[in-house]
Design a protein around this ligand. Structure first.
Ligand code: GDP
Length: 418
């Protein structure tokens, strides 16, 4: 049961973008921030082109635009529903495996980016297995559809054969390589044709005749895969009834959250193509903090297990997952709040270090601005200024609460200079 206090969480998605180096993680993340910023007109920037310029400038100056956790907002296309999408940075390099694993702990779902000209590469397999270990539901993005050698079918087949997972292709590309010009939404049987170079204008229409046979066949396979994970859909299927797009989305969402199937999408992040549909899919298929198992902690006796459901009115339970040194404000401790509410100026207990610590200011990091807030609630991520002792993997609980350690990977890590 979701209480009134928890209801905001249905509109939260805490995601990571996971990929083999070079598959396009950075570009995809930038484009997500571009489209979400454009969607919301963050800060002083009022049109998309300016946001893009700003990103290019930042890039030239060598500044990483993604913080350990960046908060964006996205209105699901075709609705007025606004969602908070927190993007958690997952290091892509294999040397940072422990960091990848630590970041897996604080996200609820992931977008696995593949280079569609390469299919599933050995390193993408490593990242995929880590997500498996942490039980992270994910959708796959077959990127670089514009590139020579791009093949959506290759990615779909590799997911099945090399990763041993059940792909659920919810899209099909119209054209590949130089000819990539649009995306067919198999669920709704619609085509999305890109009509400008920025990828910002899309014409929605019918499925072109030439794709009809292929797409119908794929839709049938999708229904069969979804019916395997959803009883209602199975009943409809057995009776020969056609599910509505909403019913099909609901069944695929269920299968995705249960990690039984993996929606596959396509696009070209370099050309801005398919990124808005990818954001819609994040909303449609990846879980809210209420739909993932509650984080657990171990009490002082080393045995008693305590669960912390995502509830802003529950006891405070937060995990520090990244420390950064900021030239202006000093030490920034990125935290995910699982339960309760963290207040600026309050005291918390660092259960890992067995120390009481004072919380200074609290920040939410956006793509091109920082927002100072007075509290961070269950399900939220942000940065704390002022914690002196907290290290990565440390558990923060309420001052005066019984000592509990959250499950995490506790590995020392040097402070990274911005
Ligand atoms: P990361 O290492 O996974 O973060 O990958 P990057 O985002 O830095 O991209 C690696 C290279 O692939 C860069 O040269 C990008 O410009 C290029 N790239 C990224 N996305 C696309 C795409 O959709 N199409 C093409 N053709 N190149 C892309």
């Amino acid at each position: 049961m979701t209480t009134k206090a928890q209801s905001y969480l249905t509109h939260f998605r805490n995601i990571g973008i996971a990929a083999h180096i070079d598959a396009g993680k950075t570009t995809t993340t930038e484009r997500i921030l571009f489209f979400t910023g454009r969607n919301r007109n963050i800060g002083e920037v009022h049109d998309g082109a300016a946001t893009m310029d700003w990103m290019e400038q930042e890039r030239e100056r060598g500044i990483t635009i993604t913080a350990a956790a960046t908060t964006a907002k996205w209105t699901r296309s075709g609705t007025d529903d606004e969602y908070v999408v927190n993007i958690i940075d997952t290091p892509g390099h294999v040397d940072f495996t422990i960091e990848v694993e630590r970041s897996m702990r604080v996200l609820d779902g992931a977008v696995a980016v593949f280079d569609s000209s390469q299919g599933v590469e050995p390193q993408s397999e490593t990242v995929w297995r880590q997500a498996d270990r942490y039980g992270v539901p994910r959708i796959a993005f077959s990127n670089k559809m514009d590139k020579t050698g791009a093949s959506f079918d290759l990615v779909v087949n590799d997911i099945r054969e090399r990763l041993g997972a059940i792909p659920a292709p919810v899209q099909y590309p119209m054209g590949q390589e130089n000819e990539f010009r649009g995306i067919i939404d198999i669920i709704r049987m619609q085509s999305h044709t890109f009509t400008n170079d920025l990828g910002t204008e899309i014409t929605v229409g019918d499925v072109p005749e030439e794709y009809m046979g292929k797409v119908r066949e794929m839709r049938q396979q999708l229904i069969e895969a979804a019916a395997e994970v959803d009883e209602d859909l199975m009943l409809m299927y057995l009776e020969g009834e056609e599910p509505s797009p909403e019913q099909l989305v609901a069944a695929i969402r269920k299968g995705t959250i249960e990690k039984r199937i993996f929606p596959v999408l396509c696009g070209s992040s370099l050309k801005n193509k398919g990124v808005q549909l990818l954001l819609d899919a994040v909303i449609d298929y990846l879980p809210s903090p209420l739909e993932v198992p509650a984080i657990r902690g171990t009490a002082e006796d080393g045995e008693t297990v305590i669960e912390y459901p995502a509830d802003p009115e529950g006891k405070l339970a937060a995990l520090a997952f990244k420390i950064m040194a900021d030239p202006y404000v000093g030490r920034l401790t990125f935290v995910r709040i699982y339960s309760g509410t963290l207040q600026s100026g309050s005291y918390v207990y660092n259960a890992s270090k067995e120390k009481r610590e004072r919380v200074g200011r609290l920040l939410k990091m956006h793509a091109n601005s920082r927002e100072e807030v007075t509290e961070l609630k269950a399900g939220e991520l942000g940065a704390v200024i002022g914690l002196k002792d907290a290290g990565t993997g440390n558990t923060l609980i309420g001052d005066g609460d019984d000592r509990v350690l959250l499950e995490s990977i506790d590995v020392p890590e040097p402070v990274i200079k911005l």
